[in-house]
Design a protein around this ligand. Structure first.
Ligand SMILES: Cc1ncc(COP(=O)(O)O)c(C=O)c1O
Length: 495
């Protein structure tokens, strides 16, 4: 291939097995499956109901005793995988908060796999190290967070939050005079956590891993959008004594709402507590001028967790932990393996900033997507998804059988399906089953104030107005039909 740098071609083969392997054939075998999958995304059913035993019948086999031809293995994998694949990177997948894979990020991810760098240190991969360094700087600029903050590339927001909270725990204990390095948590003063009732479930898990139990967590009530009640939060912080971590949220997973961080930062700072913001997807609102008002005060926090694999449309998996206090961050995650050949102060060792040691060069797809979109492209991606979410909400709100429960301030739409006689759950289950069987779009369910609801998340770079209109029309049809069927059933006389 003419544009491949000559360094690849001029090398004398020094490892016979690698030299003998037909890489072109591997690519010729694999890439048509990738291309077929990617180009099918706008057209194929988003998800087809598939039975577990059906899939086991196709995939499960006895443990291979002997080697197989690699090309056959790949072709066979691509064939058996097909039935159970979900078109979650496609334009009408509105489940969870998923994002897709932007072409630049996807291709960079392919290169990342091919290069297979040991990305934990500069000595392991100088390129990966400098790409991380540059990407970290770009992300701080895009999110307008302190340029001196430290950044780690994690597997996702769960590990980003975990890492930040590990730094927080150590830091608040040390501020309380506890020698964490020597004693760990054994005999330490209890760390108290103040957070909202609508925090993400993974926050509780992260706290559990950090040895913080429910007795140590004060849960502050939230309003109908899922936002913490700031006065209650402030009172809860003021009522504490000892080491405290406050956790706020930027982007509720059901409503997209933001905790009013601006109203709590002063109280948290006055108390000497650490403020962490879980902004798995919502933190990207800071990259869009029309959404920045939602994130006021968030830059005052001590740490942040955010995903790249959601709204930035980087392939799974990639998140970022960002910490204002570099030393606290480093003390939480730095390893001092004698053989690690740590860098000098100038070069970056990526594993200093995350719990993992050996690790993938996760920043490469992030670098590529930021390069491809630029600041204005990222702003457009984030704003456009929110516009499309509002468009979807407006279209379904006209249906008497659909209630939009949230203020659509971001990219999330929360829907309920009211019925007059009260058997709403059964009716909603029927709608969800029909929607999933239909396959034009996919959205998941959640419980909101005791009601079974559907959550629609618009977070994919490739979703268009047409996707939104077709999806809203289809949901409207399904709901209207379900209501009519219900009324017919109710009208049937007892026999
Ligand atoms: C607000 C929030 N926090 C944390 C997470 C966990 O993120 P991840 O799945 O990337 O680990 C999510 C995922 O949806 C989320 O929405």
């Amino acid at each position: 291939v003419s544009h491949v740098p000559s360094v690849y071609r001029s090398h004398e083969p020094i490892w016979d097995a690698a030299a003998a392997f037909d890489w072109d054939q591997l690519i010729d075998t694999t890439m048509p499956y990738c291309a077929a999958w990617l180009s099918s995304l706008p057209h194929r059913p988003v998800a087809r109901p598939v039975r577990h035993d059906e899939l086991v019948g196709q995939i499960d086999d006895h443990l291979p005793e002997a080697p197989s031809d690699v090309m056959h293995v790949i072709a066979d994998l691509a064939e058996v995988a097909e039935t159970g694949l979900i078109a979650s990177p496609g334009p009408r997948y509105f489940g969870f908060v998923t994002g897709g894979a932007h072409p630049a990020a996807l291709a960079a991810d392919w290169l990342t796999s091919a290069w297979d760098q040991v990305a934990g240190s500069f000595v392991g991969s100088p390129t990966a190290s400098v790409i991380e360094e540059t990407t970290a700087r770009w992300v701080l600029e895009l999110l307008d967070l302190p340029r001196t903050a430290t950044v780690g590339f994690t597997t996702g927001a769960t590990m980003a939050n975990f890492t930040a909270l590990a730094a927080a725990r150590r830091s608040v204990l040390e501020r309380a005079g506890w020698d964490y390095a020597a004693h760990g948590t054994t005999g330490a003063p209890a760390v108290q956590v103040i957070t909202g009732a609508q925090r993400h479930a993974t926050i509780d898990m992260a706290l559990r891993l950090l040895g913080i139990g429910t007795d140590q967590i004060t849960v502050v009530p939230v309003d109908e959008q899922g936002r913490i009640e700031a006065p209650s939060f402030v009172n809860a912080v003021a009522a504490t004594s000892g080491p405290v971590i406050a956790i706020a949220q930027a982007g509720n997973v059901s409503t997209g709402s933001f905790d009013p961080v601006e109203d709590i930062v002063a109280a948290v700072a006055e108390r000497g507590a650490w403020l962490h913001v879980d902004g798995a997807f919502g933190l990207w609102a800071r990259a869009a001028r029309d959404l920045q008002h939602l994130t006021k005060g968030i830059d005052q926090a001590d740490s942040w967790g955010v995903d790249a694999h959601k709204w930035l449309n980087v392939p799974y998996d990639c998140g970022l932990v960002i910490v204002r206090h570099g030393e606290a961050h480093l003390l939480a995650t730095q390893k001092c393996a004698s053989y690690a050949m740590a860098s000098d102060d100038i070069a970056r060792d990526g594993d200093d900033w995350v719990p993992e040691f050996s690790r993938r060069a996760r920043a490469m797809p992030v670098y590529a997507v930021i390069r491809a979109l630029g600041r204005s492209g990222i702003e457009d991606l984030v704003s456009r998804c929110c516009r499309l979410a509002r468009r979807f909400a407006a279209k379904v709100a006209q249906n008497v059988g659909i209630e939009v429960l949230n203020d659509v301030v971001l990219n999330q739409v929360l829907l309920a399906f009211p019925v007059k006689d009260g058997d709403e759950r059964f009716h909603t289950e029927l709608i969800v089953r029909t929607l999933h069987k239909d396959g034009l779009l996919w959205a998941g369910t959640t419980e909101w104030n005791g009601r079974l609801c559907i959550r629609v998340s618009v977070s994919n770079w490739s979703t268009t107005e047409r996707d939104i209109d077709r999806s809203a029309d289809r949901l409207n049809q399904i709901v209207t039909r379900a209501l009519a069927q219900r009324e017919r059933t109710m009208a049937e006389p007892w026999t």
